[in-house]
Each structure stands twice: as structure tokens, then as C-alpha cells.
Write a protein that binds this ligand. Structure first.
Ligand code: ZN
Length: 219
């Protein structure tokens, strides 16, 4: 598992993502995405804690170094991101949980949106080099252009929800898509959908809208 590329191989991709998070092997944006997921939804905290313990035990067995304190490791799961410089704390936000606010260094009201297509806005995070990390805002009921991926796209829903052939995702859910999936996610009708998406390779868009979108994106 390299630092910047998350490539699920077998089993439930979400479990591999969580395991990589527990092992500390994810890139900062993906690490922040998983921390935000855990902050919103408790479902996977137990799994991550168990993985953290396993990783800790592996470290212990491999080296006679001092045992790392389990409580502080558990606390670290929900704490600030180690790879991101210390930033002043921001007021609580109903959409962006603390790990994402820290990653972005701003609250939702300070996000500078750029319109991609009618009803679809994005805010790219440019500080993570080769890792493509973006916030998306999609109008209720709007459909994203059809596309597939050269790498793995991990998306965390922060507000509202969306559907694609792999399922229906609501706030706190993580959707994982790779080159096998050609999809055009549709935002739920009830409210604006805000997502945080991390890709380890550029999107490969398909279809006529995709070609237009690619030109728009400068791909
Ligand atoms: Zn996608």
C-alpha cells in the first residue's frame, strides 16, 4: 500500500479503505475523508479501533520499542489530521465535520465554488499534489455526466444524498468507484447534495456530455 494510491483488491473495498486508514497509509485528503466519515457515522468506529489495535500489536511484535498507548491511538482516530499543519479551530458546521474543516482550513461558508455545469459546482483542493481532492455541490435531482475512472474515486456524502448503480448514499456514507464502474450519479430530490471526493487518477469521462465536460475540465 503506497502512501498516495489506494487500490482495493478484494473483499469489501470500504474495509480495505478503513484498514489502510488504521495503518496510517492513506494520503492526507483520503485520511481526512475517512476521519470525517467516522466523525459523522459511528458504524465503522469499532472496526477501525480493532484494526488500530492490530496495527499496534504488529508494531509491538516487530520492534521492542515502547508500547504505543491504545487510548491515545483511539483518541487520535477522531482528532486532528497529523499530516495537516495546526490550524485555529473553526466554529462547528452542520455539513463539514471537524476533520474536513481542518483539512480545508475553512468552513463551508468560505468555500469558493466554481460552476462546472448548470447545477453542478466544485471546489478543488490544490494543496495535495497528485491527489485530486474536491468538494462537489449538486442541485437536487441533477445528474452528473456519465464517467468512469482510471483510478479509485472515494466519495463521502456531506449533505443530501445520491444514487448510482452501486447504491444509494446519504450523509456520512462512503461510495467507492473504480475503472470497472461507468456511472452518472443522480442527486436526491430532497436537497442539495454536497460531497467530498478523492481520486488517485483523473476521471475518464464517457459519452458526448463527458467529452464536453472533459474539455471544460481541461482534460
Ligand atoms: Zn465517479
Amino acid at each position: 500500500m503506497s502512501l498516495h494510491h489506494f487500490t482495493p483488491s478484494s473483499g469489501r473495498p470500504i474495509d480495505e479503505l478503513l484498514a489502510a486508514y488504521a495503518a496510517g497509509s492513506l494520503s492526507p485528503p483520503l485520511h481526512g475523508l475517512v476521519a470525517a466519515h467516522l466523525a459523522i457515522k459511528p458504524d465503522n468506529r469499532g472496526f477501525v479501533a480493532a484494526m488500530e489495535e492490530l496495527c499496534g500489536r504488529a508494531v509491538q511484535e516487530a520492534t521492542p520499542a515502547p508500547v504505543r498507548d491504545r487510548d491515545s491511538k483511539l483518541a487520535a482516530i477522531f482528532a486532528d489530521e497529523p499530516a495537516v499543519a495546526e490550524r485555529p479551530s473553526l466554529p462547528p458546521c452542520a455539513v463539514l465535520p471537524p476533520p474536513l474543516q481542518h483539512l480545508l482550513g475553512k468552513g463551508l461558508s468560505d468555500v469558493r465554488w466554481k460552476t462546472l455545469l448548470p447545477g453542478i459546482r466544485e471546489c478543488p483542493l490544490r494543496e495535495f499534489g497528485e491527489v485530486d481532492a474536491k468538494l462537489f455541490s449538486i442541485r437536487p435531482g441533477r445528474v452528473m455526466p456519465s464517467h468512469t475512472h482510471e483510478g479509485t474515486e472515494v466519495t463521502l456524502v456531506l449533505r443530501g444524498g445520491f444514487s448510482d448503480p452501486t447504491g444509494h448514499y446519504r450523509r456520512g456514507d462512503i461510495a467507492i468507484a473504480d475503472g470497472e464502474i461507468d456511472h452518472h450519479p443522480r442527486a436526491d430530490e430532497d436537497e442539495e447534495c454536497i460531497c467530498f471526493a478523492v481520486l488517485d487518477a483523473p476521471l475518464r469521462l464517457t459519452g458526448p456530455v463527458g467529452r464536453l465536460f472533459n474539455r471544460f475540465m481541461g482534460h
